[in-house]
Write a protein that binds this ligand. Structure first.
Ligand SMILES: Cc1cc2nc3c(=O)[nH]c(=O)nc-3n(C[C@H](O)[C@H](O)[C@H](O)COP(=O)(O)OP(=O)(O)OC[C@H]3O[C@@H](n4cnc5c(N)ncnc54)[C@H](O)[C@@H]3O)c2cc1C
Length: 439
């Protein structure tokens, strides 16, 4: 990693990018490419000793770079700013991501789920391509440079106060991430910096996070088992989210894509003190009445079969046994012996089991943050702040979170692209110093 040659506060850079994660690296590359042939000085500062922790652990170490099909509906924000999200995604599409990585000599492959990964199946391929490109473009990455504050400098850019000194910068791109996985370096300090510059920050919540269940449920006995499940979240008795996907039982509770995607609705409602319920339908797409009708048919056809074996036609047998026991029904009993009341209880559990959620697994296990800087405070064409000209905000620190599947990296690349190009263009437009710093 490049080390600073002059970092004693005497040097001025044109663009200081705070945070060398996915969004910051993209911004550095696109800014330098847009400024090719000029003498713009661009530098990335990061608090970490070695950068890219989150990229390296992403996608189980394989980095799910993007998805074959990206839509605004794959994202959520607390402030409900879908048109802004749509415009940002349209400016740098999943196709642009593929082409960009191809230009960096990274071949991507599409998996059945639509997720795109490097063909090497190694996240390091992605990180190396990005840092190599920074090096080729002479964009240094100053590691162990935690930024403490950013101050406007009399309408003439900014002063970036970091743990090793002060850096005057004409423009600043903040890409400090959210609060997920704080040991990676994203500990939420970036929000304090933007608040100091006049921005709002919404409440923030762990998202894409596993859920811990009360010990009274059977989850621990099913550890490692997964199956397709339709999960419905109700807040104040109203359905706020319904989705299907793979649910994974664990020793602490539930995880897997459908639970991770659901979690933001639970964490937000719970933190806001609202009554929230997460219900599982283990027979996705089949409602209670239909499930009961089908169960009656099945029982008629195989009355002597053990109940758990009969249910195993729809769900894993271990789950069938656990559900029977949770309903005080012997899973070994003959299907034909199932009385009406027990059948109803069983069908209720099969199609609408309420998960006794104790809490989420916390920031250390959250993949992303829900909430952040409201998108209406940003010019979506350039990611420049509407509050503080010359400041650009990108990536996870913004109030936008994607579902599992490569959408959060797509957001990082897209916002990094817009800010990098936007910041470089600010110099091209004015021919020299852009107007910055003032509110
Ligand atoms: C376990 C896990 C797996 C994931 N898998 C995927 C996946 O496969 N696909 C996907 O799309 N998304 C995935 N994500 C989400 C994705 O990693 C993030 O959405 C994305 O990394 C956000 O990029 P960012 O650049 O905005 O923030 P970050 O990646 O968090 O980068 C922020 C950078 O800023 C630095 N920084 C923070 N504060 C300061 C400061 N004050 N001064 C200087 N530097 C600072 C940090 O050290 C860090 O390097 C995963 C996340 C996790 C935790």
């Amino acid at each position: 990693m490049c080390r600073p040659m002059h970092d004693d506060g005497r040097d001025r850079v044109d663009i200081a990018i705070v945070g060398a994660g996915a969004a910051g690296l993209a911004a550095g590359i696109f800014a330098a490419e847009a400024a090719a042939g000029t003498v713009l000085r661009i530098v990335l500062l990061d608090s970490a000793r070695t950068i890219g922790a989150k990229i390296l652990i992403s996608g189980g170490g394989r980095c799910n770079v993007t998805h074959e099909s990206v839509h605004p509906e794959d994202f959520s924000s607390l402030c409900g700013t879908k048109p802004v999200i749509r415009n940002i995604l349209a400016a740098f599409t999943e196709r642009a991501t593929r082409e960009w990585f191809a230009s960096l000599e990274v071949e991507l492959k599409r998996e059945e789920s639509g997720k795109l990964f490097p063909v090497t199946d190694k996240a390091r391929t992605i990180l190396k391509a990005l840092t190599d490109r920074c090096q080729a473009l002479k964009v240094p990455i100053w590691t162990q440079h935690r930024v403490l504050e950013v101050h406007p400098s009399n309408g003439n850019g900014f002063l970036v106060l970091h743990e090793q000194g002060t850096l005057p910068a004409r423009l600043v791109i903040l890409a400090t991430g959210g609060k997920s996985l704080p040991r990676s370096g994203s500990d939420g300090h970036g929000w304090k910096i933007v608040q100091g510059l006049g921005h709002k920050v919404t409440s923030t919540y762990p998202a894409l996070v596993p859920l811990l269940l009360e010990d009274r449920l059977f989850h621990a006995s099913l550890t490692g088992l997964s199956q397709q499940t339709e999960v419905t979240t109700l807040v104040d008795g109203k359905v706020v989210d319904r989705r299907s996907g793979s649910l994974l039982w664990t020793h602490f509770g539930v995880s897997g894509p459908v639970v991770m995607d659901t979690s933001r609705f639970w964490t937000i409602a719970h933190a806001d003190g609202k009554p929230v319920e997460v219900r599982c339908n283990f027979w996705p797409g089949v409602n209670r009445e239909e499930a009961e009708r089908r169960l009656i048919e099945q029982v008629k056809g195989r009355p002597k079969l053990a109940l758990s074996k009969l249910l195993a036609q729809q769900i894993p047998e271990r789950l069938a046994e656990a559900l029977c026991r949770a309903c005080d029904i012997d899973p070994e009993s003959k299907a034909g012996q199932l009385g009406r009341a027990s059948r109803r209880t069983l069908v209720e559990a099969l199609t609408g089991l309420v998960l006794p959620v104790r809490r989420d697994r916390g920031w250390n296990y959250a993949e992303v943050t829900a909430g952040g800087v409201p998108l209406e405070e940003i010019n979506f064409r350039t990611m420049e702040s509407r509050i503080r000209p010359g400041l650009y905000l990108i990536g996870e620190m913004l109030d936008c979170d994607g579902r599992i599947g490569g959408f959060n990296f797509q957001w990082a690349w897209a916002t990094g692209y817009l800010a990098g190009r936007g910041a470089a263009a600010a110099f091209a437009v004015s021919g020299q110093t852009p107007q910055t710093g003032g509110p």
